[in-house]
Design a binder for this molecule. Structure first.
Ligand SMILES: Nc1ncnc2c1ncn2[C@@H]1O[C@H](COP(=O)(O)OP(=O)(O)OP(=O)(O)O)[C@@H](O)[C@H]1O
Ligand SMILES: N[C@@H](CCO)C(=O)O
Length: 308
């Protein structure tokens, strides 16, 4: 049995508009998890982002380790799990996917890698309920994935190195559960055709690097219209960013973060995004995010985290 592993997992944006539950893109913003076989269970958080999370075996990352060992019918030894993250929680940047993917990948490594990456993707997608964030977190780049009974067919697209995202992150949390509860059970034929056409154009535009289609391709009638009431200023953001050079814009995952994809200068765009939210009395911070191309990576380490 291997003794210690460190896994670094990227943040991600999901949906990108009409690619609801299907398209995810990974960014250079990370959660790092160190998992060590120990003599007692321990969960230790470093930094500011994770202070509200449980520090016992109910922690999502610990649960992922239990799940892997149950699946391979081996007894899980006590684990010391240390974590740090630069990803804001519950804001639409895939924090839960990093915990799920990081926990699964780390425990699988300690167990000697009995499961393939594809098997890990299936488990992670089933746990999240959709494969978009977990696909991007696991593989990096842009991942288009769908769920079948036993597997998750997917394709990875490498984004143009010049492509970046500006994320405006409101100072309030919005859980995925709450943002899914506002969605309808059924859609009209008109809205379905509107969205399926744009999702197809989006995948084709991203795969071929023809980003001039993004402004049309990122329009959506599956989830964004219903989530506008949860994110004041969202409609103005989605419509106004084009004046400041954005190629496309979307609610990031389940929100409340909104992202704009662009090439080139972003100062004016960032200012516009923050000022728009301020008009609705919402403080925010803007992050410039570059694509992550590698996804979850494993390092064999033998020292504890440095305390910050
Ligand atoms: N490092 C972590 N360790 C344990 N649990 C985590 C960790 N990161 C996130 N979580 C759990 O995931 C929850 C957030 O999940 P949620 O799906 O609501 O938001 P998100 O993943 O940040 O955004 P989105 O899914 O819209 O991109 C947190 O409240 C916490 O319970
Ligand atoms: N596709 C998911 C991403 C958030 O987990 C949603 O929009 O609800």
């Amino acid at each position: 049995m291997r003794n210690t592993v460190q896994v670094t997992v990227p943040a991600s944006t999901a949906n990108l508009g009409p690619g609801f539950d299907t398209i995810g893109m990974a960014f250079q913003l990370y959660t790092t998890i160190r998992m060590t076989v120990s003599d007692r269970p321990e969960v230790i958080m470093h930094g500011d982002q994770l202070h509200e999370l449980p520090t016992d075996q109910t922690n999502l990352v610990y649960q992922m380790a239990e799940l892997i060992f149950n699946k391979i019918t081996r007894e899980l030894p006590p684990l010391r799990i240390e974590m740090k993250s630069d990803i804001p929680l519950t804001r639409g940047l895939g924090s839960s996917a990093t915990a799920i993917v990081g926990g699964l990948v780390a425990a699988n490594f300690l167990a000697g890698e009995p499961l393939s990456k594809e098997e890990i993707l299936s488990i992670a997608a089933e746990l999240e309920g959709h494969p978009d964030n977990v696909g991007a977190a696991l593989f990096g780049g842009i991942v288009v994935a769908v769920m079948e009974e036993e597997r998750v067919p997917y394709l990875k697209i490498s984004p143009d190195p010049q492509l970046k995202a500006l994320a405006v992150i409101p100072d309030f949390q919005l859980s995925t559960e709450k943002a899914r509860n506002v969605l309808p059970q059924q859609y009209s034929k008109q809205d379905t055709v509107f969205s399926v056409g744009r999702a197809s154009l989006l995948a084709a535009g991203l795969a071929s690097g023809q980003y001039h289609v993004l402004a049309s391709a990122m329009q959506d009638k599956l989830h964004q219209p219903y989530r506008m009431s949860l994110v004041p200023g969202m409609e103005e953001l989605l419509q106004g960013v084009y004046e400041y050079g954005a190629l496309g814009a979307a609610l990031s995952g389940a929100g409340p973060t909104v992202i704009a994809l662009l090439h080139g200068e972003d100062d004016e765009l960032g200012k516009f995004m923050q000022e728009t939210l301020l008009k609705h009395e919402i403080q925010s911070k803007v992050l410039r995010l570059l694509p992550d191309r590698l996804g979850a990576r494993v390092e064999v380490v033998d020292t504890p985290f440095e305390t910050e």
